[in-house]
Write a protein that binds this ligand. Structure first.
Ligand SMILES: [Zn+2]
Length: 87
């Protein structure tokens, strides 16, 4: 019921490793099918905005979708100067 989205264009923005320094858990967990639909639509919108230059991408932001509450929240994403991937 939760999805996350950001716009990553390294080295201009924080990379995925900056945002999530730890590896994802190895266990399999259930996903409500509508959640990837919500996030996938927003990912497509990010690409359209980037390619057309219209609007603002989610640079240095992490958008979190909480399907239980029907809420989006945006958080600041920081570039890690010690990041092994982009630092
Ligand atoms: Zn990084």
């Amino acid at each position: 019921m939760e999805g996350r989205l950001s716009f990553i264009k390294s080295p201009e923005t924080p990379c995925l490793k900056c945002i999530y320094p730890e590896s994802p858990p190895s266990e399999v967990f259930p996903v409500v099918g509508a959640t990837p639909g919500v996030i996938g639509s927003l990912q497509a919108l990010e690409v359209v905005k980037y390619l057309t230059g219209i609007g603002e991408n989610l640079k240095e932001k992490l958008m979190v979708w909480n399907g239980n509450k029907g809420e989006f929240k945006n958080y600041k994403a920081y570039k890690d100067p010690q990041c092994p991937a982009c630092g």
